[in-house]
Write a protein that binds this ligand. Structure first.
Ligand code: NAD
Ligand code: TYD
Length: 354
């Protein structure tokens, strides 16, 4: 049994679906089901005895203790987090609560359980903490990409809360010997991503004939990784990673935001031409920049390749085509997750764009 947190969110759900489809051990999936968690994503697992869903907040110590003693997992993979930078700018408190207090509470529950294991089980136990490249701050155009020795310099409430959680994970290994591993990954995209993040937002708004909001000059750069490549990297770290290490994970795909949006428009022009005959790129609109917007993220993912043999299998071009095609085929999923509270977010955050 493994215990996964945040397994109803974008990356966590992809991880659980992949894990079980590959014949992995049963999963206890611990998720609070915030606005970003969608039980419908896990519908393919309904009736599958290998998937146990627990609607639990990772800040609830007693509920976590019960889950550990009942299910006796051999590993934890911690995805649960508040994950959207723009929301962290508007309402940072929830980020401190889940990302910092929640990770701390989960570490404590894991440590208590792990302390009671016999020597063999203790040595085999793993706590994998899934984090982000945003903890390293922002790069200048000519700077070398982030590696595992880059100092932390988080700039947003989101990245600051993730950085704090990473420090707690590190401290639990150093102080108590808990067998932890941390991954710092670049921007993910692919199926089941909530349409508040750039790529699914652009696809879904384009199809509705709405403006495609690009912050600032559109030249901020992100590295993009297809989500199933990230899931494979996490499985690799869980199986073969050196305890106590951190691993940077990236797609070797640096792109400016405006180029990402143009690529999406081009794929849509081909796969689902607008009824009007107009090009989707005509919907692009430059809007007010995000406060403190990091200019560039880039990842040097050589350590995980050299040490553990992981490399991404998708290029941005192959991954983005799959992603656009997936959203075209899953209009029902999009309709189901974009509830009233999602529309309220759009109305507040993009007031003035339509
Ligand atoms: P997401 O927002 O789509 O999903 C987060 C999940 O966590 C949701 O299912 C939500 O219900 C759950 N959750 C939130 N608070 C919780 C709590 N207190 N207790 C239990 N469950 C809770 O996020 P994602 O994009 O899937 O990201 C997953 C992890 O990967 C996060 O830790 C994030 O920091 C990290 N990460 C994300 C990216 C990316 O591009 N999305 C890149 C690198 C790292
Ligand atoms: P996002 O998907 O929110 O991920 P992150 O902030 O974690 O990198 O944003 C990706 C990039 O796209 C980021 O530079 C901000 C930009 N962006 C826009 O230009 N317009 C938008 O509407 C959104 C949501 C993001």
């Amino acid at each position: 049994m493994i215990l996964v947190t945040g397994g109803a969110g974008f990356i966590g759900a992809n991880f659980v679906l992949d894990w079980l489809s590959r014949g992995g051990e049963p999963v206890v999936n611990v998720d609070k089901l915030t606005y970003a968690g969608n039980a419908s994503t896990l519908a393919p697992l309904s009736g599958d005895a290998r998937h146990i869903f627990a609607r639990v907040d990772i800040c609830e110590a007693a509920a976590l203790a019960t889950l550990f003693t009942t299910h006796r997992p051999r590993a934890v993979v911690n995805f649960a987090a508040e994950s959207h930078v723009d929301r962290s700018i508007r309402a940072p408190g929830e980020f401190v609560q889940t990302n910092v207090v929640g990770t701390f509470t989960l570490l404590e529950a894991a440590r208590t359980y792990w302390s009671g294991l016999d020597a063999g089980e203790k040595a085999a136990f793993r706590f994998v903490h899934v984090s982000t490249d945003e903890v390293f701050g922002s790069l200048e155009p000519d700077d070398a990409p982030f590696n595992e020795h880059t100092p932390y310099a988080p700039n947003s409430p989101y990245s600051a809360s993730k950085a704090a959680s990473d420090h707690f994970v590190r401290a639990y290994h150093h102080t108590y010997g808990l067998p932890t591993l941390t991954t710092n990954c670049s921007n993910n995209y692919g199926p089941y991503q909530f349409p508040e993040k750039l790529i699914p937002l652009a696809i879904t708004r384009a199809l509705k004939g709405e403006k495609l909001p690009v912050y600032g000059d559109g030249k901020n750069v992100r590295d993009w990784l297809y989500v199933t490549d990230h899931c494979a990297a996490i499985r690799t770290v869980l199986e073969r990673g050196v305890v106590g290490r951190t691993y940077n994970i990236g797609g070797w795909n640096e792109k400016a935001n405006i180029d990402v949006v143009h690529t999406i428009c081009g794929v849509l022009d081909e796969l689902r031409p607008a009824a009007s005959g107009a090009r989707y790129a005509r919907q692009i609109e430059f809007v007010t920049d995000r406060p403190g917007h990091d200019r560039r993220y880039a990842i040097d993912a050589s350590l995980i390749e050299q040490e553990l043999g992981w490399r991404p299998s998708e290029t941005f071009e192959t991954g983005i085509r799959k992603t656009v095609a997936w959203y075209l085929d899953h209009a029902e999923w999009v309709g189901g997750v974009t509830s009233g509270s999602y529309r309220e977010w759009l109305d507040t955050h993009y007031a003035g764009s339509n």
